[in-house]
Design a protein around this ligand. Sequence first.
Ligand code: AKB
Length: 350
Amino acid sequence: MSADTHTPSGHRRDKVVLVTGAGGEMGHGLIDALSRDGRQIVAIDVRELDAGVRSHCRDAFVGDICDAGLLERINAQFEIGEIFHLAALLSTRGEFAPETAHHVNVGGTLNLLKLAAEQARSHGQSVKFMFPSSIAAYGMPTLADKRAHPVVNEDQFTHAHTMYGVNKLAGEELGRYYQSHYRKLAKDRHPSPIDFRSIRFPGIISSDTVPSGGTSDYGPEMIHVVAQGKAYDCFVRPDTRIPFMTMPEAIDALLRLAAAPKEQLTRTVYNVSAFSPTAADFERLVKQAFPGAQVSFQPDLGRQAIVDSWPEECNDSAARSDWGWKPTYTFESAFEKYLMPKIRARYVHG
Ligand code: AKB
């Protein structure tokens, strides 16, 4: 019996996928997709999972990714082949508590990378580590620069203006380090304990959940608030433009990148792109879908500055050619085919 694949009490450890931030917006859809694929899921979230998500998980832990004791228990109990590390404090919330954001976003990521490296050492195979990064990793110096460079590549303008963006860049670099250089001088080092893969996501719009704590929230908020028959005060200018995609597209991207053969990957961090509407475009489609909707624009200067530091569009040609990324929707078809049917069913009909 190899002690490495067994718990301290001698039982064989169960092979699982670990999902952090499982109760968040992306966790909902991802866990659903992973469970449909027959995967054994172990979830971590700071709050109790709702019953629907919980029912798809083999085990769920209420706790913090900064809690080393919790991660040690999970390490002892399971054989982890893959980690989807979704837990994070987003860009708006992070600016109110930057040190806490750093603690959770970087400290927590480091704890999970260490857990992955320990798992790789114990079961002898590298652990796939999926890390959703963000367009917040970019920092366009001024609005004029943003307009002059409407499409950015992964290696341009990576001087983030928010703690969250700085933390995402740190996570990307830590992943690269653990993948290629971890414990460089150790005699017994594993050559590649982690197979690190990351996507810089745009703002994400879900028909099922309303985001909170982010700065791209104005798009999805406008849709969900107006659908409930309420007026919406948009916190950015009408001409504000950043990239967005729907939640099913984001989950599809994560799963496609996770499934891609390693030898096809030319980068550790990829842009993905779908559509880049202005806030006025959101207003236009929302008013088309809900005639009489009341939307006003009352820019919050701080949050506006954050969104102005994010690019209008990201060049995703590497994702397209390396692992076959392609978006499902245009902005219009996302409204018509994905958002409106579900949102109407949820708020208007019942
Ligand atoms: C945020 O607004 O902080 C996030 C993001 C763009 O990563 N939605």
